[in-house]
Design a protein around this ligand. Structure first.
Ligand code: ADP
Length: 292
């Protein structure tokens, strides 16, 4: 059993010094714990996340932003669903980012993400994110043509975009948004198995799109884009975690553990009531218990 205690999700933490190498981050782990063990651990973590979210809300100083990026079929949707299944929907929102709309393309690339940020006390999930601008757009630079940019220098645009992201995230962090980013790292082989299952099972047909095979054909370009993005944007104020994704039960526990650890590290507390507030509560109590 991997030791997930305290800060052990650090084993998946992408270094902050720009030296991240895909080769050092596996898609599966040795000695996978039994499914039952992982299931029980996930249940405990889901419960703890629920409790932590309540304090996050009461504390009211921090917003939490969790970003999810992955190749198709890595399990983004189901991981989000399972890990946050215990969280109160009133304090939590998932935003999925697809191909930008015409309106979104009239703005800078961070605009639509800025509009979807969580407020203090809440958890926001980005299912895909501003990173697509340095992933899919980098792999298919023809997409830039639809963006009506006044000038594009292919030699510098990706570094500039990653710099913008870094600075934006630093700004958010300074202002109380706690950012944690997950790259669900699935292998090509496992993706193939999952695609085949989608094709073989009628109840999974809807999940399959022939377009997914085009992205699969560009795997090396995507991996290069991920490596560059993670190198340049994993920082202490907005860390990336490269989570092995070939085992979904393991991946979910690793994500849940990282979320719990991140929230535990905050100095969260229920706000102290002032004397006046205490007196007001006592007065309300007295009114309630006195005869109507
Ligand atoms: P998912 O694959 O996440 O379940 P969809 O099937 O709706 O969701 O796919 C969303 C698509 O939108 C992906 O192919 C993704 O590459 C694309 N996309 C997201 N952001 C951008 C962007 N900024 N520019 C171009 N395409 C994008």
């Amino acid at each position: 059993m991997p030791d997930f205690d305290s800060d052990a999700s650090r084993r998946h933490l992408v270094p902050f010094d720009g030296n991240f190498s895909l080769a050092d981050f596996p898609t599966s782990i040795d000695e996978l714990p039994a499914k039952k063990v992982l299931k029980n651990e996930l249940e405990d973590l889901v419960e703890e996340l629920h409790d932590l979210q309540r304090v996050l809300y009461a504390d009211g100083r921090y917003a939490v932003l969790a970003v999810f990026q992955a190749m198709d079929a890595a399990g983004k949707d189901s991981t989000i669903r399972k890990v946050f299944s215990g969280v109160n929907p009133a304090g939590f929102r998932v935003e999925a980012f697809g191909v930008p709309s015409e309106r979104e393309r009239k703005h800078d690339f961070l605009w639509r993400c800025a509009r979807a940020l969580p407020e203090r006390g809440k958890i926001g999930i980005f299912n895909r994110s501003h990173y697509e601008e340095c992933l899919v757009v980098r792999v298919k630079p023809e997409l830039l043509e639809g963006q009506n940019l006044p000038h594009v220098d292919p030699a510098t645009i990706w570094d500039e975009r990653l710099e913008s992201i870094r600075q934006w995230e630093r700004h958010l962090a300074r202002n109380g948004t706690v950012i944690v980013k997950f790259w669900l790292n699935v292998s090509m082989e496992e993706q193939k198995n999952r695609f085949l299952r989608r094709l073989d099972r009628a109840d999974k047909h809807w999940k399959f799109s022939a377009k997914d095979l085009d992205d699969r054909a560009r795997w090396p370009e995507y991996m290069h884009a991920y490596q560059e993005a993670l190198r340049r944007t994993s920082r202490d104020f907005a860390p990336w975690y490269a989570i092995p994704a070939d085992s979904k039960p393991y991946m979910r526990v690793a994500v849940a553990r990282t979320m719990v650890n991140t929230l535990r590290r905050l100095d969260l507390s229920h706000p102290e009531l002032s004397e006046d507030e205490r007196r007001a509560l006592t007065a309300s109590r007295n009114r309630l218990v006195s005869p109507d």
